[in-house]
Design a protein around this ligand. Structure first.
Ligand SMILES: Nc1nc2c(ncn2[C@@H]2O[C@H](COP(=O)(O)OP(=O)(O)OP(=O)(O)O)[C@@H](O)[C@H]2O)c(=O)[nH]1
Ligand SMILES: [Mg+2]
Length: 401
């Protein structure tokens, strides 16, 4: 799964990315280590059945700490937006092409209000963060509209004879955004537009349609970043009520998460990403500056919001918004292991409707093709092959030999 990190310029996207990717935790020559400067590996927390079962798991990727399985997801930090990006302002919006690879995105905003729409530093509290949300929404809408416009050339030349035909032409043009016919139909309905008359749509209709489509096809969570700054508190309250029903808003302090991860990797504190507290291991090893920074993180972030929010933003997107579920495939149901004896080696994050057959294909196309049935190992029952997988299940796929 690829998660995009998008937003106005200078709001802390790269800091969020650095903090989330636990770069200090694990660096090695194997899959899911950093691929290029803007692509990295973050982790979402999943409850591992190892503790409950009293076994020692052996994760192939990520790690398991006291029954919390840190499961890898890829993160893509993209360049920032400024108003008019669709007209080429700033860095333009070519990089949005990267974003379409993402299953969902973290929309980072400056909750402290200390950056102008163009990303210039400003007095805290000067710019309400809802403006940062609207800026990204609008730029994405124009980007979608530019793709819709390409289909319009064809639709105007040869007007479709039916709604289905119109939906098909638009879905084909928009397939790069994972748009299918049903989302086209839904977006047209939401925008109260007649698809049969698509050839007559004016610019406003195209924008309304694109707005509805963006809302449907680009799932996002808002990270209200720089939450550590005093000016952020009231902004976050307002943002939450303004965005209710549209976006989950998670207060984040990417900077605080970085401080904690760094102190943890240096052995100064015991801190589990996502936790509400940390423990100083040896006060005498802290410099006065480090002690002051840790104190500020506790006072300004953890005591106010309960966490730095970085883990929560990722997990809210993956589990609450996208509805993904973790499953633990094993080959040997007695040992809960793979063929080499690795206990609970993998966690697969599967989309909401994914079935045992989908899991088999996700493991390997050959396993998918030779799928016979699947067993819920802990409940000792056969799973219906075409029903959604139960979340958190340990699953054995039985294939034809
Ligand atoms: N107080 C505070 N400052 C932060 C936080 N996160 C980022 N910053 C600061 O915000 C500024 C911009 O951070 P970046 O991570 O470079 O922002 P960006 O969104 O990636 O910027 P562009 O790539 O230029 O679009 C830097 O000065 C960071 O130190 C935070 O959580 N709290
Ligand atoms: Mg950046």
């Amino acid at each position: 799964m690829l998660i995009g990190v998008c937003g106005k310029t200078n709001v802390g996207k790269s800091t969020f990315f650095n903090a989330a990717c636990m770069a200090s935790a694990e660096v090695s020559n194997r899959p899911f280590t950093t691929i290029n400067p803007n692509e990295g590996v973050a982790y979402v927390r999943v409850k591992c059945p190892c503790v409950h079962l009293g076994v020692q798991c052996d994760p192939r990727y990520g790690m398991c700490i006291r029954g919390t399985r840190f499961t890898p997801v890829k993160l893509l930090d993209i360049a920032g937006l400024v108003p008019g990006a669709h007209k080429g302002r700033g860095l333009g919006n070519r990089f949005l092409d990267d974003l379409r690879r993402a299953t969902g995105s973290i929309l980072v905003v400056d909750a402290s209000g200390s950056t102008s729409p163009d990303g210039e530093p400003a007095q805290p509290g000067s710019y309400p963060p809802e403006g940062d949300v609207e800026l990204v929404e609008e730029e994405l809408v124009y980007w979608v509209a530019s793709i819709v416009e390409k289909a319009m050339h064809k639709l105007r030349r040869i007007p479709p004879k039916s709604v289905a035909e119109a939906a098909q032409v638009l879905a084909t043009q928009l397939s790069g955004l994972s748009v299918d016919k049903s989302s086209v139909l839904e977006a047209a309905a939401r925008a109260k537009l007649d698809l049969k008359a698509v050839a007559t749509w004016d610019d406003d209709s195209i924008l309304s349609f694109s707005r509805a489509l963006r809302g449907l096809c680009m799932p996002m969570v808002v990270a209200a970043n720089k939450a550590d700054m005093p000016s952020a508190r009231r902004n976050i309250e307002r943002l939450r009520s303004l965005m209710a029903g549209r976006y989950v808003v998670v207060p984040t302090s990417a900077e605080a998460e970085l401080i904690l991860k760094k102190a943890s990797s240096e052995g100064l504190i015991d801190y589990l990403p996502g936790a509400s507290s940390f423990k100083i291991l040896d006060h005498s090893r802290l410099t006065p500056a480090q002690a002051a920074a840790l104190k500020a993180v506790k006072r300004m972030v953890l005591d106010v919001y309960g966490s730095t929010g970085v883990q929560q933003a990722l997990e809210s997107l993956v589990f609450d918004v996208l509805g993904y579920k973790p499953v633990f495939p094993v080959e040997n149901e007695g040992k809960l292991s793979d063929q080499e004896g690795r206990v609970l080696p993998d966690v697969y994050l599967m989309p909401p409707g994914a079935t045992p057959i989908d899991l088999a294909y996700a493991i390997h196309s050959e396993i998918g093709e030779s799928f016979k049935h699947a067993i819920d190992v802990l409940r000792k029952v056969r799973l219906p092959s075409t029903e959604p997988l139960p979340s958190g299940a340990v699953v054995k796929i039985v294939a034809r030999s």
